[in-house]
Design a protein around this ligand. Structure first.
Ligand code: HEM
Length: 426
């Protein structure tokens, strides 16, 4: 199998039955590690594209081992549980050991199993917390990233900080809150069942006790495959299809260009990893709900029902920001979200966000709901940052949203069985 064919298979979900068969044939980890099952995934949008969302069933297991970590170009599952940790140890060796333990646990969790060997010793707390017992893997993926703060003076890693792991600059309109920002380490858990996702983050947190504590956690969701078996593009909480024009990261060349850090990008240890940006973007839902339809459509530059660019009828029609209407005016307003985010077609990111709803805002009594924006890119200095600068300056959508949380992480390269996530760094 050629490298590009292997790439194309990377992280492609396989059924749990297949996984169990592989296990019986000599050890799942070893087979996966040998490169037998590596592979890619379909493009995903805010959530996901129409072409990709029906890929997994509850029984399916996304391979943990491989060239890249799972959960980056894996088609987005229905739920996310994203945790940012702060390290409480100042020992690099502790951090290394933590990643070793996390890798082992994540590999187990990825198959739908619990963590560790169950001892049934009545005098000890159970090793696994138990709430996912008997539940299917539901396509769970666990993805680890490290933030800029890991490279301060605590662990002697300053010299290894990638230049692209820059602190994000302030953007106009930001109202960032420390409780939703930053973190030494990110653990992104995605699954098609919220209890399966929660269980994984809880057990990984438990393993970290004494070495790292949670700084913030955000759950998120999109419509489930039960509600939409056809897997059409999900809608965000403003009612618009979100993810339509995401680059197709099933294309290995495009994924290398947009998502994966390349060996000569600057930090060799991060090759085959990716940069994850997280923005907790609160939506002013009540204001939006009083906004006329034509204004809503002009805000995004797309039609609400079909998702097509303004003036078109097909969701996937080419977005032509130069096109003029009969009056000679741009068909897609120049300050609309898509006109600006398109960046002349020259700058791309891979969006993989989720909606969130976290009760009510204590100050206003309104819903605290919005978009847990997540994107992956190869170099934020050339991709996310210029794009967000363009949006922060002029985007008509800014009347209806406010960025309240922000973080950047370098998602580590994948590993083969026997290795551990972070081995090239520590
Ligand atoms: C709450 C905030 C946001 C909402 C509700 C939102 C919603 C949307 C919607 C409905 C589309 C059109 C469908 C599609 O192609 O996916 C879109 C496109 C896009 N958005 Fe956003 N978005 C938000 C924030 C952001 C941010 C922060 C960025 C990056 C800095 C971004 C980057 C993009 C890109 C690159 C496109 C595709 C543009 C193209 O067609 O080339 N979005 N977004």
């Amino acid at each position: 199998m050629s490298d590009s064919q292997k790439d194309e298979l990377m992280q492609k979900p396989i059924s749990r039955r297949e996984m169990l068969k592989l296990g019986a044939a000599g050890g799942v980890g070893l087979l996966l590690g040998a490169g037998g099952i590596t592979g890619v995934l379909a493009g995903s949008g805010m959530i996901n594209t129409a072409k990709s969302t029906t890929a997994q069933t509850n029984e399916e297991v996304v391979p943990f081992y491989g060239k890249h970590q799972q959960g980056i170009i894996t088609p987005a599952q229905d739920f996310i549980c994203l945790g940012a940790f702060d390290l409480t140890t100042s020992s690099r060796e502790d951090v290394r050991k933590l990643f070793q333990k996390w890798t082992q646990a994540a590999a187990e969790l990825s198959t739908g199993a619990g963590v560790g060997e169950e001892s049934n010793n009545p005098n000890l707390p159970p090793v696994d917390t138990g709430e996912a017992m008997g539940l299917a893997a539901t396509g769970i993926t666990i993805t680890f990233g490290v933030g800029p703060s890991l490279f301060d003076d605590r662990f002697g890693l300053a010299g290894k900080r990638p230049a692209a792991l820059t602190d994000l600059p302030p953007f106009g309109g930001d109202e960032l809150l420390p409780q939703w920002s930053g973190g030494d380490i990110a653990v992104q858990v995605c699954a098609n069942d919220p209890q399966v996702a929660f269980h994984a983050l809880r057990n990984l947190t438990r393993i970290a006790r004494g070495k790292a504590v949670l700084r913030w956690v955000q759950d998120g969701f999109q419509r489930t495959r039960t509600a939409d078996p056809s897997g059409s593009t999900p809608r965000n909480l403003l009612g618009f299809k979100d993810g339509t024009n995401n680059p197709n990261v099933q294309d290995a060349d495009l994924a290398n260009e947009v998502v994966w850090v390349q060996p000569d990008d600057g930090a060799g240890w991060l090759a085959d990893g990716s940069f994850m940006i997280v923005r907790r973007i609160r939506m002013r839902i009540e204001v939006w709900d009083r906004t006329p339809l034509n204004e809503q459509e002009a805000t995004f530059g797309r039609h609400r029902v079909s998702g097509a660019p303004l003036g078109e009828t097909d969701e996937f029609a080419t977005l032509d920001v130069e096109k003029k209407d009969e009056q000679g005016q741009p068909q897609i307003p120049v300050n609309s979200h898509v006109a600006l985010a398109h960046m002349g077609g020259k700058v791309k990111i891979h969006r993989r966000g989720y909606s969130y709803s976290s009760g009510i805002d204590a100050k206003t009594g309104q819903l605290d709901a919005g978009l847990l924006f997540i994107c992956f890119n190869r170099d934020p200095r050339k991709q996310f940052i210029p794009m967000q600068k363009a949006l922060a300056g002029q985007d008509k959508l800014n009347e209806y949203i406010v960025h309240v949380g922000s973080a950047i992480f370098a998602c580590l390269p994948g590993v083969q069985a026997g290795g551990y996530i972070g081995e090239t760094l520590f």
